[in-house]
Ligand binder design. Structure first.
Ligand SMILES: [Zn+2]
Length: 145
């Protein structure tokens, strides 16, 4: 543990985009999953703030740059295959753009999908616009319910 291996995440895999899980450093709650490329990873390490790569916007996504809901990184881990990243973070505000603390606020049950967390922030206050209606039905149909 005292001699860190020089090799970090293997960005030669998966076209240079690796999944990155953010977990609450205090409670262990899984907050979100996003993607990192080598550049966003390097900036995360350098700054101590979570920086992802937005696939929809095609550019670096400095978590909180628009919403203020930034993540201070307390630890960075890679998995056995060096192709999944785990960040332990202190989350300011909420992780999810829909206003929930965690993106995983819906539970899939035999009878359907249920919202199991409390919305803490109105979505329009997160990014100044209202997201589309919850994709409850489409999610349910995707998982075959
Ligand atoms: Zn989310």
């Amino acid at each position: 543990m005292t001699n860190p291996s020089p090799s970090g995440p293997d960005f030669s895999k998966n076209n240079g985009l690796l999944p990155a899980i953010a977990q609450d450093a205090q409670t262990g709650e899984v907050l979100m999953l996003a993607w990192m490329n080598a550049e966003s990873f390097a900036e995360t390490v350098r700054t101590g703030h979570a920086v992802y790569y937005s696939r929809s916007r095609g550019k670096l996504w400095r978590k909180g740059e628009d919403s203020g809901h930034a993540q201070t990184v307390r630890g960075i881990y890679i998995d056995c295959d060096a192709d999944t990243i785990l960040l332990k973070v202190d989350q300011l505000g909420v992780a999810c753009h829909e206003g929930y603390r965690s993106c995983f606020f819906r539970e899939v049950k035999p009878g359907g999908v249920q919202v199991v967390s409390e919305r803490l922030v109105e979505p329009e206050k997160v990014y100044g616009h209202k997201p589309e209606a919850p994709a409850k039905d489409s999610l349910a149909s995707r998982v075959g319910l």
